[in-house]
Design a protein around this ligand. Structure first.
Ligand SMILES: *Cc1c(COP(=O)(O)O)cnc(C)c1O
Length: 496
């Protein structure tokens, strides 16, 4: 299997090359040249395998320059019991025709662990395969979840170093605590005086600084990204759609071959795109429901074919979906246009220059036949958390609640009662303040994150993730806060 750029101006490369580089040389994203197919018998055969073996079945189709044994080493290390427990992604049946796929049983209690625990293993092996001898320096600008998940994934991984920048006043108390207590010889964390955009701009400037990267290249360092534009972050996410499907068979909810729906709380369009790849590979999926919060640029796009980022940005209680430019949409456009890289490049250029683009009517028809878009506001999100808890005794975080509510809207509009799986992307404890606000219908005291964890536990009996509880006792290792125009300097001074 070889990889092409969505903008069509680079040579075909191996998966190891795509993973080492992250972004294609023409500014596009790497996509597989063709989509591998899985037969129903092979899918059905996953039913009695553990998650790690299911992962190997899927990854082998895409990472053809890796041997089965290599992949087994990677997935066994990534999804080890001490990190994910006995079942990395349980499918919980919440009512007759709805299951919830809990993707947050990893070390940081958010779904990004599913990819970021595996990526470092794929990356270090890819570096060896491509003859990369430099140390890879991962730079991350984070609004919360990615930073911690990347730190956990890369801490003490040979041949790599990771530097994370977060907006010092722009992440939740728990998220900050998770990052500033991170141990590891090769990790560094900085707060930024400014917002997430300032941090992101700073990282982009460093990536774009040719003189700096040339100089560091000579000293033995190469920059890379752990962002979801990297194929090595996307491909692990395809696995759990297959895993959920066979678990639904196992639970007697469906028979092999039945089409089901998935609903995905979406930000950068990585998670839901992985579902689309699963469908193209032959997994019986009818509709992929794209759930957004008040930053509803994707809902508008799916309904109208116009992607327009020129709009107000809202800070919501589902902050990991607060995003106006969903990078992975570029990969979808490539697929629905049957690999028309010229057209994709035009759309992206227009987005960059004018702030919007409109896809042609054939592309829009294809998109609408696969996806349904709905968005959910803050009140609806909280209402769903409290109602689902009281109806089914199932506790959801804010992102999952957006997805659940979007599914209700879809069912109301279409009367489609097909068995549907809701992707649950964070533990309710990660957003304990908003979850408690939803349950108790009143504001919660600020600045005491651990008291809120205990309160939520007392009210619901749901277990607090032990790692989150342990944060209270961990020493602070990274207290530095720097102006956003000093990020480059911070990188230079902290290379090890
Ligand atoms: C990152 C994230 C999302 C959005 O996923 P995308 O792949 O960016 O669409 C949703 N929920 C949570 C909790 C996340 O951390």
């Amino acid at each position: 299997m070889l990889y092409v750029s969505t903008r069509g101006k680079t040579d075909l490369v191996s998966s190891a090359h795509a993973i080492t580089r992250g972004l294609a040389g023409d500014g596009g994203l790497f996509v597989p040249q063709n989509i591998p197919a899985m037969r129903m018998v092979d899918i059905k055969a996953m039913e009695h395998k553990p998650y790690t073996e299911r992962a190997i079945d899927v990854l082998l189709q895409y990472l053809t320059d890796f041997s089965e044994d290599e992949l087994r080493e990677c997935v066994n290390a990534a999804y080890a019991k001490d990190k994910f427990g006995d079942n990395p992604v349980p499918l919980v049946q919440v009512n007759e025709n709805t299951g919830v796929l809990e993707l947050w049983h990893g070390p940081t209690s958010a779904f990004k662990d599913m990819a970021l625990q595996l990526l470092p293993h794929l990356l270090t092996r890819s570096m060896k395969k491509t003859g990369e001898t430099n140390k890879v320096v991962i730079l991350v600008a984070t609004s919360g979840d990615t930073g911690k998940a990347a730190l956990e994934g890369f801490a003490d991984v040979e041949g790599t170093q990771i530097i994370v920048f977060y907006p010092s006043e722009g992440v939740s108390d728990i998220q900050k605590r998770q990052m500033i207590t991170q141990a590891g010889k090769n990790v560094k964390v900085f707060g930024i005086e400014g917002n997430f955009d300032d941090a992101q701009r700073g990282v982009k400037e460093i990536f774009g600084n040719k003189a700096m990267s040339d100089e560091l290249e000579k000293k033995g360092y190469t920059f890379s990204s752990a962002n979801s534009i990297n194929w090595g972050r996307l491909v692990p996410q395809i696995v759990y759609y297959f895993s959920a499907y066979v678990d639904a068979i196992k639970a007697g909810k469906i028979s092999a071959g039945d089409a089901i729906n998935f609903v995905v709380p979406t930000g950068n369009f990585g998670d839901i795109l992985a579902g689309y790849y699963a469908k193209l590979m032959g997994l019986p999926i009818d509709r992929l429901l794209c759930a957004s919060n008040s930053n509803n640029v994707l809902t508008d796009f799916i309904n109208s074919g116009v992607y327009d980022k020129r709009r107000d940005f809202y800070k919501t209680i589902s902050p990991s979906m607060d995003i106006l430019v969903s990078s992975n949409l570029e990969r979808l456009l490539y697929n629905v246009s049957d690999g028309d890289a010229v057209r994709v490049a035009e759309y992206m250029q227009r987005l960059n220059n004018e702030g919007f683009y409109q896809v042609d009517s054939d592309d829009l028809k294809r998109i609408q036949s696969e996806f349904f878009g709905a968005w959910v506001d803050e009140l609806e999100t909280k209402e769903a958390i409290s109602r689902i808890y009281s109806d089914y005794h199932y506790l959801m975080d804010t992102h999952t609640a957006v997805a659940w509510r979007a599914l209700e809207k879809y069912r109301f509009l279409t009367s489609d009662e097909t068995y549907t799986i809701v992707l649950s992307t964070a533990s309710p404890y990660k957003f304990a303040d908003s979850v408690l606000e939803a349950l108790d219908d009143k504001e919660q005291p600020k600045g005491e994150p651990f008291a809120l964890l205990h309160k939520l536990n007392e009210e619901t009996g749901v277990e607090i993730p032990p790692r989150m509880l342990a944060l209270e006792e961990l020493p602070v290792l990274h207290s530095e806060v720097i102006p956003s125009d000093k990020m480059e300097l911070a990188v230079m001074k902290n290379l090890v």
